[in-house]
Design a protein around this ligand. Sequence first.
Ligand SMILES: [Zn+2]
Length: 452
Amino acid sequence: MPVYVGVDDTDSAQGMCTTYLVTEIIRRLNFPILYGLPRLVRLNPNIPWKTRGNGALSIILGGDAQGSSVVGEISGVPVLSSRIATGVSDSLSVVNRAVRSVVEEAAMMDADNTNPGAVVSPAPVNEALYWKAVRGIVEKEEAILFAREAGAVVNEWKNGRGVIGAASALSWRGQNSTFELITYRYRHRWGTSRDINVVDVSSLSDRFPSTFNNYDRATRHPCIYPSSPCPVLYGIRGTRPEVLPEAMKTVRSEMPERWLLFETNQATDDHISVLNGSPSLFSSYVVQGTVRSYPETVRGGHVFFEMTTHEGIILLCAAFEETKDLRGIVRGLIPGDSITVWGAFKPPAGELLNGSLNIEKISVNALARRWIKKSNPVCSVCGRKMESVGRGKGYRCRKCKQRSDMPEMTEARRTVSPGIYSPTTSSRRHLSRPAEMTVQSGVACQTVTGSQ
Ligand SMILES: [Zn+2]
């Protein structure tokens, strides 16, 4: 039987990365053949107590040597993965002991918000847990029940909140997935500035069109590495796992000490559900409707407008300053425009009274027509331009005394075109499917800035 290992919440802003801890578990277990790829599972990005990125990790031990391939390298030793499962010789308790010792040695135990959890299981955890953890809020006790139901051993440290992610990572089935190859630094370099060729990063998606979110052309900011002192050198995301090791070879950088390929739920929109009725705080939705009010820019550069959903609910929508040029699209909307908004429903901030739907992606489906005055009307008798009688009193021909209420109208030119738009690359959510990857029939895909 394969053995399923889930871990979460071992890192802090001061260091470590749970993905690195997974490489340490593989090393400690003496490089077992993995069944499938290691998994990086992002959970609900809106919960207030999340660790950075809110990503949990899992690996499955017990792949068959037949048909195995290299999916990583740790300190010079290849990591193998197979699509065929056999099992492991180590018992669950031996694996559990190894996992415990790695967590105890490597986790940032002294950090206030680091509360590790590890789940070691003979079977995957019920998928229902994943959907709740990626879209809603899961209590620790509930996650433990799910883990026990699969026959798992549950380990927790401090308040043990990491158990929620650890069990949830074992409940993800990955029908919809993308991939990330993560490289790691030599230990003596941790905390020093990263030596990575930015030009190689900015041209990555030209060389490998199946990679995404590499570089923010609007802010000229590479998006493949963090600025934290963690062990990660960089990570390249893509839809085709087999090209990622090739892509890695084209990025000149300090020598990575190890690398590992992960299957992930990044860029899948799994956190988004269709809004039925009123939204719940801390959940993310896709909502169709029409623009109800002209957008207003408030202090700080945030843009707000109201929309009416197809069910008749009025929602306040927000494009925050950090979405950069997406705000230009939002500012160009007018009442009556047909739109689809993907976003998180968050509690009030500042002077807002109600929650707002914070835009992660917007599709402009159809533009309302707006008419503006072109000129005074023409007299139907003599053909001369009429004169205004006075504000709101209509027009009159000076010669024939003909009257008219309406001026000549012309259609206003719109600054927005139909299409799907994402925020600038560096302010995208891990789970958000970028506009250029969002297929919607009949709508041209475009990004505001930094097209990949
Ligand atoms: Zn006239």
